[in-house]
Design a protein around this ligand. Sequence first.
Ligand code: NAD
Length: 490
Amino acid sequence: MATSSEPTFDLFIGGQEVPGHRGDRQVLYDPATNHPLGRVAVAGVEDAGAAMESAERAFRESPWARDDGARRGKALGRLASALEADLESFARLETENMGKPLRESRGDIGYVVRTLEYFAGLADKVEGETIPVPGARFDYTIPEPLGVTVHIAPWNYPLLLAIRSVAPALAAGNSVVLKPASLTPLTALRFARLAKAAGVPDGILNVVPGPGREVGEALAQDARCRSITFTGSGEVGARIAEIAAHRLVPVTLELGGKGPVVVFADADLDRATKGIGYGIFQNAGQMCWASSRLIVHESVRETVLERVRAIAEKLRLGPGLAEGVEMGPLVSREQVERVLGFVEEARGDGAKLLTGGSRVTEGELSHGNFVRPTVLTELPASSRALREEIFGPVLSVLSFSDPEEAIRLANDTPYGLLGTLWTRDLGTAHTVARRIDCGMIVVNEAPLTYPQSPFGGMKGSGLGFEQGRRAIAAYMRRKNVLVNLATSKR
Ligand code: NAD
């Protein structure tokens, strides 16, 4: 039961912590125990409007947009250093709020530091062009920030996925309104405070957690919104695309996945099986880029399955803050129901359970949202567990006899985010990488990315890319200036 003694968290608008127009607060629960963790202010439509207003005013009146990029880069660099200095407490807060093991949260916050550093370095390297045109004319382009950019983030990597797009938007000179997921707003709110201390002007970064359908839509629909970056489910992504189409604003969509991990007969099976385990059980499988479909050559199927089962059964489950924990709880009770619903349905369809498939119902962990690492085999092709994103620690297994079949199975999904290949043969690696319809392919490694590498999906996994040099251009417009240089006779 919630009491009034839990810490409270406010919205962050115009450089101020504010309780929100309606004064509503939502209780957040620790996913490891389901005990109340804190009470967070819930934004409504009025607060969304106030955040957009403050962002628009800051864009017009503060020097942020007009300053040269180097000054913005310096502020983002200071923010990166401040976050690095406070990494441990941010990581703890992320784990308390979302549940993942502290080791993973440290990695996530470190990734945010590197993302800020990367875009801080790029802030003064965005250049226009001069374009040759006939006669005494001078033609050039000027890159300019868009204005107010809206960022809507999910709960699985709360700060990382928010700042992945906020950092380039800020580096480009925009002002930002961020809506974190309602379940996991705490690190984003704290980050906004840190940004203010690092010299980001008031109103340039606003954070308004609240119900997506109400606050997210209000932000996207607002006439002051000049671009929308959405990371989340395909269903909501399609709705956001509709709003963007009506409003004629650019949109970046980072959506779900059903990642194939293809293991060829010649693969280093030791490394491959560790990579498979990491690719599906890290973050308790709550990853858009999870390797959730294992496609293994029939000659090594039994060996691989035996090793993956051993990894799954040895994983140490526990509260994210406990020492040595390898897999934490799922984010919420609803997520447990959803994940186990997929497993039950698959079994009803005739799938076999190699391991897992249940909640932990004994001991301390029974109070939290713990689901055992799960491996399903012999799924019928029509099974929803094979086709839809489960977003939990559930691996579905398929096998193949020749590379063409592996490619067909890998592409047999509405998604196309990240695919993983395991082979020692260079020719196989490069040829198959070209033929798999995913925005990202990783060879002989578990899913991996860096702030400097493009991140994005094909097919139902999204539209546009984040990260990398070009990401900053998504938050800028280009103006062409044509000048006639002829001097008129007097
Ligand atoms: P979700 O779509 O339910 O919510 C995402 C965000 O959108 C939340 O902040 C939510 O409050 C908001 N939202 C919900 N309805 C809205 C609406 N009608 N208008 C505007 N905003 C709205 O997704 P989730 O459950 O938070 O996250 C899980 C999903 O995110 C999975 O499908 C996962 O694959 C995807 N994801 C994708 C990536 C990627 O980079 N491709 C990364 C992480 C997660």
